[in-house]
Design a protein around this ligand. Structure first.
Ligand SMILES: *[C@@H]1O[C@H](CO)[C@@H](O)[C@H](O)[C@H]1NC(C)=O
Ligand SMILES: *[C@@H]1O[C@H](CO)[C@@H](O)[C@H](O)[C@H]1NC(C)=O
Ligand SMILES: *[C@@H]1O[C@H](CO)[C@@H](O)[C@H](O)[C@H]1NC(C)=O
Ligand SMILES: *[C@@H]1O[C@H](CO)[C@@H](O)[C@H](O)[C@H]1NC(C)=O
Ligand SMILES: *[C@@H]1O[C@H](CO)[C@@H](O)[C@H](O)[C@H]1NC(C)=O
Ligand SMILES: *[C@@H]1O[C@H](CO)[C@@H](O)[C@H](O)[C@H]1NC(C)=O
Ligand SMILES: *[C@@H]1O[C@H](CO)[C@@H](O)[C@H](O)[C@H]1NC(C)=O
Ligand SMILES: *[C@@H]1O[C@H](CO)[C@@H](O)[C@H](O)[C@H]1NC(C)=O
Ligand SMILES: *[C@@H]1O[C@H](CO)[C@@H](O)[C@H](O)[C@H]1NC(C)=O
Ligand SMILES: *[C@@H]1O[C@H](CO)[C@@H](O)[C@H](O)[C@H]1NC(C)=O
Ligand SMILES: *[C@@H]1O[C@H](CO)[C@@H](O)[C@H](O)[C@H]1NC(C)=O
Length: 823
């Protein structure tokens, strides 16, 4: 083939009109932008939302309404005072950004010195800005100088021969692109792992690379697949990710809080949704569980545990765990195999070892506490490097001298084996130890419990004779609940006797309410007479130790003005008790559905209640840094304080989601009919959007003063939702509004609420807004509202479940849950 056709082609390309490129003749001035040929990305000048003076050159998604920058050229050197800047190509084929005084603020540095006609800087649909010579050679590209975002097909070096690693560096604030202290990239000290740093301190770390070429694979609930791969370019390791064809826009970003997120654009809700987030669960932050402690993500609620053969060193995990039995050098050579583990940090990478040699490496050195082995053959990056010289080193033998920090257990069978050195006699001795020590421990325990009883009693006002002799603190015996002690919860254990005193031995006249879970009593605790609400779980409630623990651990970690506060807990024999702040106004349903009291709820109060519930939910879903799905939001689970501020209660069914989960499924659906979203009631699939649905129902109830289950609608409509839809569709939504408020309320505000309620109860979970959007729509009168689709799913009549749905919590079977997730 002659070069002629190529030149013809090139000149054709150059002749055609295009605004995806800069040439020496054509520079970019304020107000101009380049748009990639497919219209996906744009490059131009921008001023961040809240900054009036600083201007930057950046690349953003051209078609996405929420302005999202993926690259900023001059992040640390903005053009000041709104002076017009200019981006031009210099005579030596570099891009140069200058301000109106001609000062250079930013420039590319390729080593190309001669000017060649036909050189251009082209913005591609991948989001890459490339300086390309006329013969097709690229001499500079923005993908090699990332800001805080990686895009599909961009490669991040993990280990390079010259030791130069690119890091994503977070923005300083949502509206300030300047470099912050958070960065993410390969760890040059080991070449094997990816780390997020806060300054120079690690903040999150990924397990060491184990040779797999595909390091992670995620499938979203809408079907697209993200493949994260390790690529080998001449023995250097790079990380990249690709997405399946036809996927929506995706990016990998280190946000300004130092959180690494995989985000996907959801055009239905018009927002970015994170489907992977690190560090995400409670204990995933670097070394959170201390030396020899590990973050156990296999638990329903991820939590710190001690590695086997270790016990907590102190009350919480701030000092980690200590050996139950010290090692004896030369004698203790037994290794215990821990499966599915994240490799700890601070390893020694011993090259060119077989598995047995690696074991030996650890065994013969007394300070070695563990080792892990992988064969990098599959990955081949290191192997190929030495192809020519014959003996390729494919081994990855890691040994740890001293403490094991930042380890964890994966939930889904991921991770690798960690071989932990334990005292060989641990097992043998344990039985001997038991024989000698048990009696001592037992007598100590009895002594301790007598002391405890005594302390309790001296605090209580009344003596309770019948309990005198048999009390041993049940929470020290029950192994399941014992785990509560390991959790770093700051929650007081309250003596059963104190509670008996406080509630007058659970007298009926102290009872505030009852439901499927048991009874709630009002109590006066301690000498000061602090008012509390005591929830006494009935033995038949089905709330087993697991749900109890769930609730205690969960609420203890949550603090928000719109969530009810848990003050303490108690377990005693079969009794499980939760002690809450006392809220004088009881629950929302007591007002809303009571003809005599519902006038107390004027529109101002109702709107306050709606917004408060929305904020409480938003906190659960997002702001608490955990994703918590409440699963049983309804009027009777919203309590009101003296100022009628709403507080969400009853977390017995709540579920924590790791950042990488979008939805989960349960075999046994628990919750309350009417408030349950279609996908949850029918398929057992729940997500934050199922809470959005319940919120929508609640909102419609608050506006209308009618129960979702009210038979009032049964003649013409299947439910309140269908009724509300029908009125709204015909522009008659005013008729829905509770007659006790309709005269004295700002109608536009109320109708806006009905509109938002209908958005929340749409059949398709993807169409429902996130709580963040909901809060925004509620708080910004001018925010445009999308048009809701008609909710058609629940056509069956509700009366079959009439009896159940009014009870406060049809809690039922022990939950069996299957999860779908990546890691
Ligand atoms: C430019 O050249 C210098 C010295 O020749 C070299 O060290 C540097 O890596 C080169 N930079 C690029 C971007 O090629
Ligand atoms: C393209 O041209 C540059 C300089 O003119 C030269 O260094 C480079 O090797 C050329 N590349 C190809 C593929 O011809
Ligand atoms: C801009 O400021 C407003 C009010 O201070 C704030 O609500 C908003 O989140 C800010 N926008 C960004 C992008 O930071
Ligand atoms: C990051 O480090 C700074 C200073 O060392 C500290 O104040 C901040 O709390 C750290 N951030 C997190 C999320 O730990
Ligand atoms: C390497 O490949 C073998 C067989 O091809 C497979 O069984 C093994 O799981 C792979 N290991 C890794 C770490 O991918
Ligand atoms: C958007 O909605 C359509 C139909 O309503 C659905 O097929 C699609 O999966 C949704 N997309 C996302 C990203 O949720
Ligand atoms: C752990 O306990 C120590 C002392 O007992 C205390 O200083 C520290 O704040 C506790 N840490 C947590 C996370 O509870
Ligand atoms: C420890 O290893 C020795 C041999 O090294 C073996 O004889 C012994 O049974 C092992 N003990 C345990 C508890 O596994
Ligand atoms: C690895 O060790 C073997 C002997 O165990 C040796 O023959 C080989 O040369 C070593 N390879 C490298 C790359 O060091
Ligand atoms: C264990 O290995 C480390 C690192 O190789 C070494 O510094 C230390 O002296 C060794 N200890 C013993 C007892 O061999
Ligand atoms: C290394 O060996 C593999 C097969 O074992 C071969 O496919 C590859 O091309 C070799 N790489 C180099 C750089 O020789």
């Amino acid at each position: 083939m002659t070069p002629l056709p190529v030149f013809v082609l090139l000149s054709l390309v150059c002749l055609c009109k295009s605004d995806d490129r800069l040439t020496p003749e054509k520079s970019l001035n304020a107000g101009d932008k380049l748009v990639s040929s497919g219209g996906i990305f744009a490059l131009g000048f921008f001023t961040p939302a809240n900054s009036t003076a600083d201007t930057y050159i950046g690349i953003w998604y051209n078609k996405i309404p929420e302005r999202t920058y993926v690259w900023v050229a001059n992040r640390d050197k903005p053009i000041k005072n709104g002076s017009p800047g200019k981006l031009a190509m210099s005579s030596d084929s570099d891009l140069v950004l200058s301000d109106s005084q001609g000062r250079t603020l930013w420039t590319t540095t390729n080593n190309f010195t001669s000017a060649t006609t036909g050189t251009a800087a082209i913005l591609f649909d991948s989001g890459n800005l490339v300086i390309r010579l006329p013969n097709g050679t690229d001499i500079w590209q923005s993908f090699h100088y990332p800001t805080d975002t990686a895009l599909p097909d961009m490669v991040l070096p993990l280990s390079t021969n010259d030791g130069i690693l690119m890091r994503l560096i977070a923005w300083r604030a949502p509206d300030d692109p300047a470099s912050s202290d958070y960065s993410m990239g390969g760890d040059s000290s080991s070449d094997l792992q990816v780390v997020i740093w806060n300054g120079t301190r690690p903040y999150w770390r990924r397990s060491a690379w184990d040779g797999s070429l595909v390091s992670a694979l995620y499938q979203s609930n809408t079907g697209f697949i993200v493949t994260e791969t390790i690529v080998d370019r001449g023995g250097e390791l790079y990380m990249t990710f690709t997405v399946s064809e036809g996927s929506p826009s995706m990016r990998m970003t280190l946000d300004y809080k130092g959180t690494f997120k995989f985000l996907v654009w959801n055009s239905n809700s018009s927002s970015w949704e994170a489907f992977i987030e690190h560090p995400s669960p409670i204990c995933e932050r670097y070394a959170y569980c201390g030396p020899f402690g590990y973050c156990d993500a296999a638990e329903t609620v991820p939590k710190c545990n001690c590695l086997s053969g270790f016990e907590p060193d102190g009350v919480n995990f701030s000092r980690g765990c200590r050996r139950k039995e010290d090692l004896k050098c030369g004698i203790d050579n037994n290794f215990s195999t821990l499966r599915g583990m994240k490799t700890p940090d601070k390893f020694l990478y011993v090259r060119n070892r077989s598995f047995d040699q690696c074991t030996e490496e650890c065994r013969r050195n007394c300070s070695c506490s563990a080792y892990a082995y992988a064969n990098l053959r599959n990955g081949s990056a290191y192997a190929n490097l030495k192809n020519g010289s014959g003996a390729a080193d494919q081994s990855r033998c890691l040994i740890w001298l001293g403490g094991l920090v930042d380890t964890g257990k994966f939930r889904d069978g991921g991770g690798e084996n960690l071989y932990l050195r334990l005292a060989s006699s641990t097992v043998d001795k344990e039985s001997k130890v038991l024989k000698i020590i048990l009696p001592i421990v037992a007598s100590l325990l009895i002594l301790a419990s007598i002391c405890l009883v005594w302390i309790c009693k001296s605090r209580g006002k009344r003596r309770i004779k019948e309990i005198k002799n048999k009390h041993t603190p049940q929470h020290l015996q029950n192994s399941k609940l014992n785990e509560l002690e390991n959790e770093s919860i700051d929650l007081p254990y309250i003596c059963f006797e104190d509670i008996v005193t406080a509630t007058d031995n659970f007298s009926d006249y102290k009872m505030l309410g009852k439901g499927g879970f048991g009874k709630v009593y009002k109590g006066l605790l301690g000498g000061g007479g602090k008012e509390v609400a005591v929830k006494r779980l009935s033995k038949s409630s089905g709330q087993g130790a697991e749900e109890f623990r769930n609730e205690v651990v969960l609420i203890a970690k949550l603090q928000h003005r719109n969530l009810v506060r848990l003050l303490g807990y108690c377990t005693y024999e079969d009794e499980k008790l939760l002690i809450y702040e006392y809220l004088p106004n009881k629950s929302l349903d007591a007002f809303l559905f009571d003809a005599t009291r519902n006038s107390v709820l004027d529109w101002l109060t109702r709107f306050k209640v709606i917004k408060g519930i929305a904020r409480g939910l938003l906190y659960l879903h997002q702001d608490s840094r955990l994703t918590i799905i409440h699963r049983d939001l309804k009027a009777s689970n919203v309590l009101l304080d003296a100022e009628m501020n709403p507080k969400i209660s009853d977390f017995g069914m709540a579920r924590i989601f790791g950042g990488n989960e979008q939805q989960a499924n349960t075999i046994h659906v628990v919750g309350t009919y009417g408030y349950m979203s279609p996908e949850y009631a029918m398929e057992g699939s729940f997500s934050v959007k199922s809470d959005t649905y319940s919120f929508g129902v609640l909102l419609l109830e608050i506006v209308s003063g009618s129960k979702i289950s009210s038979s009032h609608f049964m003649t013409d409509f299947t439910s309140l939702i269908a009724y509300a839809w029908s009125l709204w569709k015909d522009g008659n939504a005013r008729e829905l509004v509770d007659s006790s408020i309709v005269e004295n309320c700002p109608l536009h505000e109320v109708l806006r609420c009905v509109h938002i309620g209908l958005l929340c109860v749409q059949d398709n979970p993807n169409a429902r807004p996130l709580m963040s959007s909901t809060v925004f729509m509620l708080e910004n009168e001018t925010a445009l509202l999308p048009t809701p689709k008609e909710p058609l799913y629940f056509r069956q009549r509700y009366d079959e479940v009439e009896d159940q749905r009014d009870t406060m919590g049809i809690t039922l079977n022990k939950m069996t849950i299957t999860m779908q997730e990546g890691r």
